[in-house]
Structures are given as structure tokens and as C-alpha cells.
Design a protein around this ligand. Structure first.
Ligand code: NAP
Length: 472
């Protein structure tokens, strides 16, 4: 399977061999560089040496502030393309908010430069445009001064540097947040907490940090969503404010022409918005970004409140009361929770009136919370399983592979079928058209009992997403 790790060559050193190895042996397809790092020619050479097609790569480059200004920016982008031997970049970023050009204000120069990037985008020289190291006030100014918001903001992000407010802002504005320096230039690798977690999971500290920073977001393809709606008859869309794709989804839905009444739109309330008033405000904002008046299902995303000084239980109950009212008003056709364990559900039962209609929980062959499933069935809570493919990890499992061969199906189809046959509603995700089709074709066959049992035996308690077990 393709890997989309970032292969960053910058002033911290450059190794031609490591780049070629990453491309040819590790499946790395995403290269992030900048004129400022001074290795564009060498990268271009490594890419050619790898023999990979340009269309298989994602190339990011950045405009250095000395080249800010309308004409200079356009020239710098084309010069960078020429040094790397490519015709376009998949993403081109303004590297830094300060212009380094005396005599003009930063704001004015940024806006003028951004207009050049907007044009490069329209001309197809840059397939996406963004910024790097921009804070909220820089983004706000750009919003006032220009017509196109950045697709991406690339910012320092690791366990010691978590710009949550900025991330929130980006989510709300539909700007993808891309974190750099996930290892804090090596400084987090000796942190005692990271070391302890690495030991627990038998991974290296670097793997733990990267896993932590890649979070839950698996990418977004507007074209694929449109295809799923228009050509595959998919009508359920599961998203969350946290994922940051509400604005793009609204656009895909509008373009698809599918009437709102035919869709089942699910969204989730992020814990930083927990609380009675804030939950209602967050709901309204999500609806406004998605350009809808109601949601079919709205869930509390996570049992921890992430708000110091208030207990999780208290904030969950307060937020749930807001959801109950949204439900009574018809603004949410149903309400639910996600990642809730039995003890969270029991507390909610004691504290509130409406029993959640749905509990959306990680569910795949390696993670089968059967006691929770039983509890949900007893209490009349619909069990919805997420990550049915274990984020792709289940697809290379020998048992899954053997069963797939037996039925002439793909491993993904076997995993999805297994979920469905166990009575779980399941929500596989893919950013690729052909996989969306593949993942839909799970209804024309039945897994025999012995195969269901064989897959049931794969449970090992592995979480590929979050583990809410210890959340109070
Ligand atoms: N409530 C929560 O807290 C929570 C947490 C995590 C996820 N979720 C929800 O669950 C949904 C699915 O979760 P997920 O995307 O994390 O995991 P997933 O569906 O188990 O796996 C998705 C991964 O598998 C790949 N894939 C999909 N179909 C494939 C196929 N037929 N063959 C090979 N590879 C395939 C995808 O890559 P490509 O895109 O490259 O195809 C992606 O890397 C998400 O959309 C999200 O809405 C909810």
C-alpha cells in the first residue's frame, strides 16, 4: 500500500541515497521542500532516478519571503519548477508571514503575493496553494484582502507545541492543518512520557510521535465524494468538525445535486466545544459550514472534555442536554455519542433523559468490544463501527487474505462484510474512486460460519484510532 509520509529535505542535511530509498523502497510519495532549503535540483534528480511517474507524487514547495511581491512570486515559482524539472507543484506555500522586504507593510506584501499564488492556482501551475507559519491574525487579514482562502496552513506541531486555537480556527475555515517537525527536531525523543508509551507499545519514540501527530484524519478527495454521491448511490456521509472538511463536503453535496432529504448527514461535537451554550453554537456553526439546516445524526465525539477544571461527566451531561434540545427542536433527527464505553453510557443514563440513539466506536477484526456491543443492544443503542479496515492494517492479515481468496473477494470487502454480518453499521472510508466502488460491493455474498469464527478470533484489543478505555 502507498505511504504518504513526508520526505523533508531541508537545512538539517540532505542525503540523496535516503531520498531515492524512501521513494523506491518505502513507498514514500509526498516530498516537502522549499527553495530556502537549497536542494531543489538534487531532489529533482533523485525523483528522476527513482523512475516514479510525476502523477504518483505529491510535491510541495514554498516561496521564500525575499521573493514576495506579485511578479517576483510568479517568477520564483516557475524557477523552482524548472530547478526540480517539473511543470507544476501539488502544493505551493508562502513560507513565512513576514515579508523581509523593507518599505512595504507585511500585510500588503502578503496580499499582493497571495494574488500571484491565486493566479498560479487558476493556471494549474499549483494544484493547491497555502501558507506556512501563519497565525490566526495573518489568516484573518488574508481573508479580508483576498478572494481564495489557503488550502493548507503548514505549522510547527509536536507534543511540545500544540497550537490548538490555530487548529480550531483552520478547521472552522476549512483550511487543512499540516504539522511539521513532529519529532521537535529530535527533542521529544528523550521525553519520559514518550519513552514510556513507546515501551508500552513496543515502538520507537519517533513512531509514537508521528502516530500521535497524524491523528485521525485520513485525507479528503472532493472528486471521490462527488463520485460516491453521484455514481455509487452513497447517501450516508460521516464527518466531524475535527476532521476539517465540512466546507469541502458542502461544496461536493451541492455539486452532486442530490437533494438534502435523500442524504444522511452525520457530524460530531468536538470536546473543546463541550458545554451547553458552546455545544449549541458549535452545532449551528457546523450546519452553516455544511450549508444545511439540520443534521441526521449529531454525536458527542469523545468522552473526555479536554477542559481543565470541569469534570468529564459534568461536561458530557451538560453538552448532552444541549443535544437533547436540538433533537426536540428537530434540528438533529437523532443524537448519539462516539467512543463511549459502558461506564460513560451508564453515567449519561443517570444524568440525562434521552438514551443515545447511536454509539460510534472503533470496530474491526482486531478490535471487537463485544461486551460494549451487548450493552448497546440491551439498551436500544445502535452500534456503529468505525475503521472497519483498521485503517488498512487488517488488509494484509493472512486469515483475512485466505478468506478473501476463498470467496474471490478483496480483503477490504471481507472486513466490511464481516462487520455487516455481525450486525454493525459500518463506515469505511476511501479517497479513491475505485475503492469506494469496491467497498460498496459487499452485499452479494455471505461469509460462512467457520469464516466468521476465524475472523472473530483475530481480536487482540488493538486500537488503530483512539483508546477511550481509561477516560473517566
Ligand atoms: N468517531 C470517531 O472518533 C472516528 C475515528 C476515526 C474514524 N472515524 C470514521 O470512520 C471512517 C473510517 O475510518 P478510517 O478512514 O480511519 O479507517 P478505515 O475505513 O478502516 O480505513 C481507511 C484506510 O484504508 C484505505 N482503504 C479504504 N478502502 C480500501 C480498499 N478497498 N483497499 C485498500 N485500502 C483501502 C484508505 O486509503 P485510501 O483513502 O487511500 O483509499 C485509508 O487509508 C472515517 O471516515 C471517519 O468518519 C470516526
Amino acid at each position: 500500500m502507498e505511504a504518504h509520509l513526508r520526505c523533508t529535505s531541508h537545512d538539517g542535511g540532505y542525503s540523496h541515497d535516503a531520498i531515492v530509498y524512501a521513494l523506491t523502497e518505502c513507498g514514500v510519495r509526498h516530498i516537502d521542500t522549499a527553495k530556502h532549503y537549497g536542494c531543489e535540483e538534487r531532489l529533482g534528480k533523485a525523483i528522476r532516478e527513482s523512475g516514479l511517474a510525476r502523477s504518483d507524487l505529491w510535491l510541495t514547495n514554498k516561496l521564500w519571503p525575499e521573493d514576495y511581491g506579485y511578479k517576483a512570486a510568479k517568477k520564483a515559482c516557475l524557477d523552482s519548477c524548472s530547478r526540480m524539472g517539473v511543470e507544476c507543484f501539488d502544493l505551493y506555500l508562502m513560507h513565512w508571514p513576514e515579508s523581509l522586504k523593507p518599505g512595504r507593510s507585511n500585510r500588503e506584501t502578503r496580499a499582493e503575493t497571495w494574488r500571484a499564488l491565486e493566479e498560479l492556482y487558476k493556471e494549474g501551475v499549483c494544484r493547491a496553494i497555502g501558507v506556512s507559519n501563519f497565525m490566526v491574525h495573518h489568516l484573518e487579514q488574508l481573508k479580508e484582502d483576498c478572494s481564495q482562502m489557503p488550502h493548507i496552513n503548514q505549522v510547527e506541531y509536536h507534543p511540545f507545541q500544540q497550537p490548538n486555537h490555530l487548529m480550531e480556527y483552520c478547521r472552522q475555515e476549512g483550511i487543512v492543518f499540516e504539522g511539521y517537525s513532529p519529532l521537535a527536531k529530535g527533542q521529544v525523543l528523550s521525553d519520559p512520557t514518550v519513552l514510556r508509551i513507546a515501551e508500552k507499545h513496543r515502538r520507537t519514540p519517533a513512531q509514537i510521535c508521528i502516530r500521535w501527530s497524524t491523528s485521525q484524519i485520513g485525507g479528503f478527495s472532493q472528486d471521490t465524494v462527488l463520485y460516491a454521491l453521484r455514481d455509487c448511490g452513497i447517501r450516508l456521509i460521516d464527518t466531524s468538525k475535527y476532521n476539517g472538511f465540512e466546507v469541502q463536503l458542502a461544496e461536493a453535496i451541492r455539486e452532486s445535486g442530490v437533494p438534502r432529504s435523500n442524504l444522511r448527514l452525520t457530524n460530531k461535537l468536538w470536546p473543546l466545544d463541550y458545554g451547553y451554550e458552546t455545544a449549541k453554537a458549535a452545532f449551528r456553526e457546523s450546519c452553516s459550514r455544511m450549508k444545511v439546516e439540520y443534521l441526521d445524526l449529531y454525536m458527542l465525539h469523545w468522552p473526555a472534555s479536554m477542559q481543565p477544571g470541569r469534570s468529564n461527566r459534568e461536561l458530557r451531561a451538560e453538552s448532552w442536554r444541549a443535544l437533547e434540545e436540538l433533537y426536540e427542536e428537530g434540528l438533529c433527527r437523532s443524537i448519539g455519542v462516539s467512543n463511549f464505553m459502558i461506564h460513560h453510557l451508564e453515567q449519561l443514563k443517570q444524568d440525562c433523559t434521552v438514551v443515545p440513539h447511536v454509539n460510534q466506536v472503533e470496530y474491526h477484526p482486531f478490535q471487537q468490544p463485544n461486551e460494549l456491543i451487548e450493552y448497546c443492544r440491551r439498551e436500544g443503542i445502535t452500534f456503529q463501527g468505525y475503521c472497519p479496515l483498521a485503517k488498512g492494517q487488517a488488509l494484509s492479515n493472512p486469515t483475512i487474505f485466505q478468506v478473501a481468496q476463498k470467496y474471490g473477494r478483496t480483503p477490504a470487502q471481507i472486513c466490511i462484510r464481516w462487520s455487516v454480518q455481525n450486525g454493525a453499521i459500518t463506515i469505511p472510508k476511501s479517497t479513491k474512486r475505485e475503492r469506494v466502488v469496491e467497498n460498496c460491493q459487499v452485499f452479494g455474498f455471505q461469509l460462512e460460519e467457520e469464516d466468521m469464527v476465524a475472523i472473530n478470533k483475530l481480536h487482540e484489543g488493538r486500537h488503530v484510532s483512539w483508546d477511550p478505555t481509561d477516560v473517566e
